[in-house]
Write a protein that binds this ligand. Structure first.
Ligand code: CMP
Length: 139
């Protein structure tokens, strides 16, 4: 089925000017970027977005990393977009990511791993509404 998923190009990638190369991978795999904006998260926004990880030991580092520079939030549309995006990103830890994936090619380490993608259809809807109003998404 056609789905939408939330993608974030993270500060390590915007800092290295990789937005276009990452977007080219989404498009080559058949995902359409139907909404996109560049912004800088506040600490409160990053904490709210990653609230599910609040108790994890990496939470504080993750929040300071995600607020360290601009991010590009985007909505990707396509057949099985949630799973397809996870394939294109590769494993969270770039050392474990398959060759050719975004994280294998671009990530610096398990924290500065270049991209975020929703992990399921229900979290995708939640994460999309965190960043976008319906009127901003144009299929
Ligand atoms: P993301 O897919 O955005 O979800 C949570 C983020 O926490 C993850 O990518 C990484 O950027 C970061 N992170 C840092 N350390 C870890 C870890 N040990 N396990 C999982 N995620 C981590």
């Amino acid at each position: 089925a056609t789905e939408h998923t939330l993608s974030i190009i993270k500060p390590d990638a915007t800092r290295r000017n990789l937005t276009g190369r990452i977007n080219a991978k989404f498009e080559a795999a058949g995902l359409r970027i139907v909404a996109q904006k560049r912004l800088r998260l506040t600490q409160a926004q990053a904490e709210a977005f990653y609230a599910v990880h609040r108790e994890r030991p990496f939470f504080g580092g993750l929040v300071s990393f995600m607020t360290s520079g601009p991010v590009v939030a985007q909505v990707l549309e396509g057949e099985d977009a949630v799973a397809k995006n996870r394939e294109i990103m590769g494993a969270t830890d770039p050392k474990k990511a398959d060759a050719g994936t975004i994280r294998a090619e671009f990530a610096e380490d398990i924290e500065a791993n270049s991209v975020h993608g929703s992990d399921a259809a229900d979290t995708a809807a939640q994460e999309i509404s965190f960043f976008f109003a319906g009127i901003e998404i144009t299929g």
